[in-house]
Ligand binder design. Structure first.
Ligand code: ADP
Ligand code: MG
Ligand code: MG
Length: 339
């Protein structure tokens, strides 16, 4: 019998549009002889759109407001065999939707509440990975209330990391709200921007040299496998939103032109991180590689990475011999697997 799949897309985060792009690809790729797929777009206001409006939003790349409340829809989602929550960022990739689906008793693709929540928060990720002995840049946490009431203590901690440094909302992606701060004079503006988007902000030391950015895909539950390693090359100062989503600004190299032992170390560290964070299904683990010193620093773990047919994660597994449609099929199988 065909499996009934609910494909969730859009969502309330700054990565709404990115999610719609990924969802269009997955919708086309899930083999129709095996799956009966119902897409539901979640608007930026958090409403789950009925079928005709969902179709229109997928085609136009833009969701109107209106539709059923999230809880109402989840209650009626019980008839599905599995949910594919193809949502990026807060209210989707961060354990919230995963909690709702867990409560509703519906299997879903990807990490559960714990792995999703910890991996979404860049500070929690760093804390867990530090205790697992995984190398990372130096960092500091700041919370909004402290920034409002004792800004100097935040400025002092930033100065302790030395400039240039990165200021990021702790719970976002696609480089939304991230600034590279070259001088102390520019710190306040970067913090104000990040705190508009999150209560928690991470300050990060910049890597000693401009890093090479290498990424690896992980696939599986408690016996995960690692893909070949890929590398992103771009001219911009850092991998910002524009560089990520403007055609032709960045090029993907698979496999990454790395010494074999470095690539192997990337894969080993990524698998260790995936286990330490209790991830499941899939994750893309991103690293900085400092050619000058041979250092490898783990940057972040994305539990629902970009998923268009040209995105890094599916391309990495394609290089390993798994086609896009075999990959999405495998992800649904993993969601249905007893753990
Ligand atoms: P996101 O989750 O939004 O992708 P990242 O933490 O990956 O956020 O940061 C986005 C980009 O900013 C990275 O791909 C890299 O180009 C640059 N960057 C972030 N942190 C650092 C750092 N500590 N040192 C050097 N470059 C960084
Ligand atoms: Mg990210
Ligand atoms: Mg990133």
């Amino acid at each position: 019998m065909k499996k009934r799949i609910l494909l969730l897309a859009g969502g309330q985060s700054g990565e709404h549009e990115v999610s719609l792009m990924s969802a269009r690809s997955v919708l086309n790729a899930l083999p129709r002889d095996q799956f009966d797929v119902t897409p539901v777009v979640i608007s930026k206001q958090g409403r789950w759109l009925p079928p005709t409006e969902t179709q229109r939003a997928l085609e136009s790349g833009e969701a109107p407001s209106g539709g059923d409340l999230v809880l109402h829809r989840a209650a009626s989602a019980e008839g599905y065999d599995a949910v594919f929550p193809l949502l990026h960022g807060p209210m989707g990739e961060d354990g919230t939707v995963q909690g709702l689906l867990t409560l509703a008793g519906i299997p879903f693709v990807g990490s559960g509440v714990l792995g999703s929540a910890v991996s979404m928060d860049k500070v929690m990720t760093k804390q867990v990975l530090a205790s697992a002995g995984i190398p990372q840049v130096a960092w500091q946490l700041a919370v909004r209330r402290e920034w409002q009431q004792q800004p100097d203590s935040v400025r002092d901690r930033a100065a302790g990391l030395e400039y240039p440094l990165f200021v990021k909302p702790a719970n976002l992606g696609s480089s939304v709200g991230i600034s590279k701060v070259a001088r102390a004079e520019d710190l306040d503006a970067a913090l104000n921007l990040a705190f508009r988007l999150d209560r928690r902000v991470i300050l990060e030391a910049m890597t000693a040299h401009k890093p090479r950015e290498v990424e690896v895909g992980i696939l599986g539950n408690d016996a995960p496998i690692a893909s070949p390693v890929g590398e992103l090359q771009f001219a911009a100062d850092f991998y910002d939103y524009e560089t990520k989503y403007t055609e032709g600004r960045a090029t993907m190299h698979i496999p990454a032109p790395l010494p074999a032992d470095v690539a192997e170390q990337v894969r080993t560290l990524a698998l260790r991180a995936f286990r330490a964070l209790d991830c499941a299904g899939l994750a893309r683990v991103d690293f900085f590689y400092l050619e000058e010193t041979g250092e490898l620093l783990l940057n972040e773990v994305n539990t629902m990475p970009g998923f268009t047919t040209t995105s890094m994660y599916p391309k990495l597994f394609e290089a390993a011999g798994l086609s896009y449609s075999a990959l999405v099929t495998r992800l649904v199988e993993l969601a249905l697997e007893d753990r």
